[in-house]
Design a protein around this ligand. Structure first.
Ligand code: UTP
Length: 310
């Protein structure tokens, strides 16, 4: 890997302007990133992940429903004074925590013309420095974060870095897929090509691209000249493919995620996130697990005239 003088990664861009059609009608008036996972909206986990990786300057690229997002990360006087009056210190602290978490900025995407277009909207705020992109509907298990290693690889190489996840071969057609070569470093690969949603028979690997990127600022110029691709949207994957194929660029690398990841824009993955994250909570785990065991036992039991699992 070529060594470069490191420019520190300081800023995170979180695109939250997608239409969320897979979750309609819940997402008709609310961004999907505001759907609750246990008792926090998905977006709060993502901002917490950015802050934990040292990125407390956050730009959200918002769409038509930006109000609930802004409100969530803002102070709410009436609510705070009501909790103060009731002496509910724990809830007051939880409410204030969200508004003190990060230095959050907002820019409008306008028309949702694709993830690449949303990232391009961050150019003015980011300037000419490397930055992270975290998809606001992708949750990554906090006990096994991938972002710190991605930042380290970006700062060392000056290239672009994507998070990869091994998936069963017959499901690779649901993801962007990376063709890779080894770097000699455990868990880090060099990306030689990217294929969007390939037929499993033609897939170059079982490594899927997931919603974390650490990008060199060169990506902005490439995005600007990237034509609309799949779904008539400007695809970040297409711009990364251009950089991967360009011998003059500092390259595109992949860091393979070890832990769990949930796509909260997908119904089944969302349900898994709620159950698994609640199961890790001291205040909820015991009761939830007891009920889950009973529920699964009832599902497995022979059904005698009606609904066994309630
Ligand atoms: P998705 O690919 O999940 O698309 O976006 P979507 O439109 O939001 O959802 P579905 O498929 O219709 O259900 C991945 C991420 O990129 C953001 C989304 O908000 C999400 O965090 N995004 C996507 C934008 O910000 N702008 C876009 O134009 C597209």
């Amino acid at each position: 890997m070529p060594e470069k003088t490191p420019a520190p990664v300081r800023k995170a861009v979180i695109p939250v302007a997608g239409l969320g059609t897979r979750f309609l009608p819940a997402t008709k008036a609310t961004p999907k990133e505001m759907l609750p996972v246990v008792d926090k909206p998905a977006i709060q986990y993502v901002v917490e992940e950015a802050v934990a990786a040292g990125l407390s300057d956050v730009l959200m690229v918002t769409g038509r429903n930006k109000r609930p997002l802004e409100d969530h990360f803002d102070r709410v006087d009436g609510l705070e004074s009501a909790l103060k009056d009731k002496g509910d210190d724990a809830k007051l602290a939880a409410v204030q925590y969200a508004s003190d978490l990060a230095d959050i900025h907002y820019v409008r995407q306008g028309d949702p013309l694709g993830l690449g277009h949303a990232v391009l909207k961050g150019h003015q705020h980011v300037g000419h420095e490397p930055f992270a992109v975290l998809l606001g509907d992708d949750l990554i298990d906090e006990s096994n974060p991938v972002l710190p290693r991605m930042i380290e690889v970006q700062e060392r190489t000056g290239g672009c870095v994507v998070a990869l996840m091994e998936v069963p071969h017959d499901t690779i057609n649901l993801y962007g897929c990376a063709a890779v070569e080894q770097t000699g470093e455990d868990g880090v690969v060099r990306i030689t090509g990217l294929v969007e949603k390939p037929d499993p028979a033609d897939a170059p690997s079982n490594l899927a691209i997931i919603g974390r990127y650490v990008l060199a600022p060169e990506i902005f110029d490439v995005l600007r000249s990237t034509p609309p691709g799949r779904g008539n949207e400007i695809q970040l994957t297409d711009a990364l493919e251009t950089l991967a194929a360009d011998p003059q660029s500092a390259g595109v690398y992949g860091v393979v995620l070890e832990g769990d990841r949930y796509d909260t824009g997908d119904k089944i993955s969302y349900l898994k996130a709620v159950v698994q994250l609640a199961g890790r909570r001291e205040d909820l785990a015991e009761e939830l697990h007891t009920w889950l065991r009973e529920y699964v036992a009832a599902l497995d039991a022979p059904q005698v005239g009606g609904d066994a699992a309630r």
